[in-house]
Structures are given as C-alpha cells and as structure tokens.
Design a protein around this ligand. Structure first.
Ligand code: BES
Ligand code: MN
Ligand code: ZN
Length: 494
C-alpha cells in the first residue's frame, strides 16, 4: 500500500500521533513551538539548552515529550531559514519519513511552521513535504521472509498547518500524485531481471493504462520487426526473452504531444563485449528510464494536466549467446541509417535510436529521453546530477528549470560538431561507440542522429537512478529519478 499523505488544520501541540516530524531552521527554539514545549514540560527547550539540537542541515533529535500530544517528536534541522527552499523541506520530510519507517510508527504527522521556510510558497511547501515523506519511507521488503515480530507498516501521514489554506491542500494533492508515481518507478527498478522482464514491464504499462484510462499499445517481436526497428532487434537477439515496444498515450489536450522515451534494458550483461562481474548485478537498474516514464504516467493519471503526452518504451535484455549480435556487425535502424556495432555494451543508444525515430510520426512539440546510458556520466557528474544534452535551447532550459523545481539536478554537456568525428565508421553511417573520450557526449551525438525533425533533449541518469549506499534520505537502491522532473516539466507547460 502506498503511503497516503493528508493534511489538517491543528495546533502542533495538540496532535496525537506516534511521531511528529518538525523541520526546524537554525537558531533558537522557534516561537511556534512554545506551546508544544509547554505541554512536554520543557523537553524541547532542554534539548536546545543542552546544545543537542541547533537546526543545522540534516541534524536530528528524537524526543519523548510525555503528556497528551505526540508520543515522539523528531526535530529535523534545515539550516538557515532564509535559505530554505522547497528542496530543503522535501529533504527534511524524507529524513522524517525514513525515521518513521525504521521506528515502526504506523502513522506520523509533519508540522509545517510558516516561520521555518518563509521564502517557500505554502503550495510548494505542502507539495515538497508530501513528496518527501513517502520518498524517505520507501523500502522493499517483499522478497524477504517476514520477521517473526514484524514492525507495523508506516501507512498514514498528515501534514499539520496552523490555518486553512487552499494552496496547501492543492500542494498536498500534487505531492501525493508525484510521490505515488515515484514509488511505482522505484518498485519496478528494484525488481531483479528474472522477474522484471520486457513482458513484465509491458504488462505493468497495460495495468497503469487500464487504471487511468490511457491508450496503450505493446509491440511484440514480430510487430517490432514489421515496424523495421532493426537496432532494437539486434540488441534483443541474444536473449531468450522477446523484446517489447510500449506506446502509452495520455490525451489531456489535442495539442502536439510531448514524447517521453525511457531506456528499458531489463538486464545489461554487456553482451559479447561482456561486463566484468564486479557490480554487474546493478545492471538490473538498466530499465530505470523505462520505469521513470511509467511512474510519470502514474502521476499524470492523478494530476490530469491539460497536456498531451506520449510514452515510448523499448524493452529488451542484452545477453551474450550463440544468437547474440557481435562486435563488427552492421545493423540497420528504423530511420534507415546503418550502425557499425563496435561494442555490444553500447546497447542503450541502439534501442533508443529506434524509439526516437518512431517518435517522428507524432510531430511532437518536444521529445525527452532518459536512460542509464553511460558510465562516463558517473565519472563526470557523480551521483549528484544527471547529464543533459539537446538540440533546442528552449527545451534544454525548460528541462533545467524542471530539474531545479524538482531538485533532480541536471547539468548540460555540449553537443558540438567536433564530437561527431568520434563516432565516424569506416563502413557504416556511424559506429555505436566513440571510445572513452567524451563518452557521454558521443552517446548523446549518436542519439541526435536519430532525433530528426523535433526539439529533443536527452538525460543520462546512469549516476542518479540508484544509490549504491544508504543516504540520509533513502535506503540503498532505486531513486525514482526523473519522475519529479518530468512532472514539473509537464506542469510548467500547463
Ligand atoms: N547501462 C550501461 C551504462 C551504465 C553504467 C549504467 C554504469 C549504470 C551504471 C550502458 O549500456 C553501457 O554499458 N555503456 C557503456 C558504453 C561504452 C561501451 C561505450 C559504458 O558506459 O561503459
Ligand atoms: Mn551496456
Ligand atoms: Zn545499458
């Protein structure tokens, strides 16, 4: 059951809850907590007096105030009040959500104190808090045997505001929609490839479409072949599993659509150019772009913006076998251009090439693809930002702005003509790898060759799709990155 966030007008001192999460700025005990301090017989004041809590970023203190109010209080530091942004509040809420889950609290509340982040509009604050709590609480126990004395599941969270505010309620609704989309994405990302096959992802797309009334089409191998998606077929030919190509459509307007494309390699062994064994298990996350597109559609179903959105998801496995494509093979593509495969591990760009070419038929207003595309982007930007490239500066700016609003940071890399040299082939129109130099940019250039006739942007999420260790806001594993960015991008267009 996804965690549902509600909101209610109340005095924080009067909230009966197993856990009251309070984001607090740096400085003295805020006046808005005076009543809570009183009913807890000065527990909050003593915490400040002892110097145990000062409100710096990510600092926490857990108190047991006694009395008739909250059973526990979790103070979460957010740093300077006048620097606090929506992202600051989202982060504090995530830290709180993570704690609520690990404590085994069945329910929690979050106090929204106006003096804590005065620069953030109330609607934005509500949205961020409603996104943050389930983000932090997310975990994946499904494949473990249940413990003998299981902790209660964290199922309900209410945001507490001091006075009625319509903006606040609207923000909670947006946050719930986006949070549910992101949870769906993470739930798909985390699944191992023996469960999460191309057909499994396609079935999930059908299920989402049925629930929200979207149009969905799934092409099987025969239909993919008929459509001429030779690059997708080449990658898929080494696997015992059939590829799929998913087309989702949300028609909230009759305008030219925004097309979202997600890389759906359900497992990437590298193929004949096989990857080393070290961390190869992480390559179950190579469908994170696909999962992000599905999570965005889940959010669209609840947000219902007046937008026209199409999702394209090429799905396959990249395996070495007797039928696998091989280094040196030249393959065709949906667009007709020929590709020399110099490295079978550069498979994502091949399947995306066919999806980008397929997108032309919609005469889209914009096409954005996202993909766990290159190890080079992890070298360049680490796990802090996704890489952005594109052919249209207005679109690139809009993606940057959406990333800022979502706190899913993206950083632009150049697609200068000079880099095209690196993927020149002696015998085909291009080769699928330009080697180590500028590895993320040459991958982007390869995609650009197929993104003909529309504004296009590409987001490389290889460094941001999953966390390889626990962080203050999440467990180790999938991040659901791009769901918030896509949602902000689409909401900003309405
Ligand atoms: N799926 C990988 C990229 C990747 C690397 C994702 C690390 C997540 C974490 C992609 O298919 C790949 O193998 N890329 C190659 C390209 C190279 C062969 C040109 C890479 O980055 O090494
Ligand atoms: Mn690969
Ligand atoms: Zn890959």
């Amino acid at each position: 059951m996804p965690l549902v966030v509600t909101h209610r007008v109340a005095d924080v001192a009067a909230v009966k809850t197993p856990l009251l999460i309070i984001p607090v700025a740096k400085g003295a005990l805020p006046p808005s907590l005076a009543a809570l301090d009183r009913i807890s017989e000065g527990a909050l004041g003593r915490c400040w007096a002892a110097g145990d809590f000062t409100g710096v970023k990510d600092e926490t203190a857990l108190l047991y105030p006694g009395g008739n109010g909250p059973e526990r209080v979790l103070l979460v530091g957010i740093g300077d009040a006048d620097q606090a942004s929506a992202a600051t509040l989202r982060r504090a809420a995530a830290i709180g959500g993570k704690k609520a889950r690990s404590l085994g609290a069945p329910a929690a509340a979050v106090a929204y104190l106006r003096d804590v982040a005065p620069r953030v509009p109330t609607g934005r604050a509500a949205q961020s808090l409603a996104e943050g709590v389930p983000f932090g609480a997310w975990h994946f126990p499904d494949l473990k045997r249940p413990p003998e004395s299981p902790k209660p599941a964290f199922e309900r969270c209410e945001l507490i505001i001091d006075a009625a505010d319509a903006e606040f309620g609207a923000g909670v609704t947006r946050g719930n929609a986006i949070g549910a989309g992101q949870a769906l994405t993470r739930g798909l990302q985390v699944l191992p490839s023996n469960t999460c096959t191309p057909e499994f992802v396609a079935a999930r797309a059908r299920e989402i479409a049925a629930r929200h009334g979207f149009t969905v089409t799934v092409l099987d191998r025969a239909a993919i072949a008929k459509a001429g998606m030779r690059a997708l077929l080449a990658v898929a030919q080494g696997s015992a599993l059939e590829p799929r190509f998913v087309i989702l459509e949300y028609r909230g307007s009759t305008a030219a659509p925004v097309v979202l494309v997600g890389k759906g390699v359900t497992f990437d062994t590298g193929g004949i150019s096989i990857k080393p064994a070290q961390s190869m298990e992480d390559m179950k996350f190579d469908m994170s772009g696909a999962a992000a597109v599905l999570g965005t559609f889940e959010a669209l179903g609840a947000l219902k913006p007046n937008q026209h959105v199409i999702g394209l998801i090429p799905l396959c496995e990249n395996m070495p076998s007797g039928t696998a494509y091989k280094p040196g093979d030249v393959v065709g593509s949906h667009l007709g251009k020929t590709i020399e495969v110099v490295n079978t591990d550069a498979e994502g760009r091949l399947i995306l090439a066919d999806a980008l070419s397929w997108a032309r038929q919609y005469t889209p207003a914009a096409v954005i693809d996202c993909a766990t595309l290159t190890g080079a982007i992890v070298v360049g930007l680490g796990h802090t930002a996704s890489g952005l490239m594109g052919t249209d500066q207005a679109l690139v700016r809009a993606v940057l702005a959406a990333g800022e609003a979502a706190d899913e940071r993206v950083w632009e890399l150049p697609l200068w003509d000079d880099y095209r040299e690196l993927i020149k082939s002696d015998i085909a129109d291009m080769k699928n790898s330009g080697g180590r130099a500028a590895g993320s940019i040459t991958a982007g250039w390869f995609l650009k060759e197929f993104a003909e006739g529309y504004p296009w942007a590409h987001v490389d999420i290889a460094g941001t799709a999953y966390a390889d260790r626990e962080t203050p806001t999440q467990v180790k594993g999938p991040t659901g990155v791009m769901v918030r960015l896509f949602a902000e991008f689409l909401l900003a267009r309405t």
